[in-house]
Design a protein around this ligand. Structure first.
Ligand code: DGL
Length: 186
């Protein structure tokens, strides 16, 4: 199983995969040289992610997991087109889990600028009869990259973002979907 992310954040996904399929062999590719993807264009993300998919296949991967929310949101179709093996992204499974968990059928999704403006989560949740409010939290990835995971500044910034996200019609939202590889670390 080849696991791809724009950097090391996707190790959160690899950790979860190891719990469900510990017997598989894994190849992990993090594109740290070109991180972040979250502020890049569709064309650029599609090109980088397709190259990574091809690289993982050359290394023998028989299944690809696109752990990166941004790459999944912007380029899953291009990645599939560039691959000869099955490709699984993170948006569909995340949306399905959120829809199953939510009683109010209102979900707040946080992610990178690119992920939220693509509305990939909103569209996936809409098909499951769930309303989504998507909120970009562009400061969180750099804070995690800086190692400020347990820092008071990070907590304050997260609080501001979440207050804005759970506002207006979404005060009754009962699920927060972490639509970015780095957020589980927070
Ligand atoms: N891996 C990206 C994601 O899940 C976050 C880091 C980046 O912007 O590249 O959206």
């Amino acid at each position: 199983i080849g696991v791809f992310d724009s950097g090391f954040g996707g190790l959160t996904v690899l950790k979860a995969l190891l719990e469900v399929a510990p017997e598989a062999d894994y190849l992990y590719f993090g594109d740290t040289a070109r991180l972040p993807y979250g502020s890049k264009s569709v064309q650029t993300v599609a090109k980088y992610a397709s190259e990574a998919a091809q690289f993982l296949q050359q290394q023998g991967a028989e299944l690809l997991v696109i752990a990166c929310n941004t790459a999944t949101a912007l380029a899953i179709d291009q990645i599939k087109a560039a691959s000869t093996v099955p490709v699984i992204g993170v948006i569909e499974p995340g949306a399905q889990r959120a829809a199953k968990t939510s009683q109010s059928k209102k979900v707040v999704v946080i992610g990178t600028e690119a992920t939220t403006s693509s509305h990939a989560y909103r569209n996936a949740l809409q098909t499951l009869q769930v309303d989504a409010h998507e909120k970009a939290c562009p400061l969180l990835v750099p804070l995690v990259e800086e190692g400020w995971v347990n820092h008071s500044v990070t907590e304050e910034i997260a609080r501001i973002y979440l207050n804005e996200a759970f506002a207006d019609g979404f005060k009754s939202a009962d699920v927060l979907l972490l639509g970015c590889t780095h957020y589980p670390l927070l």
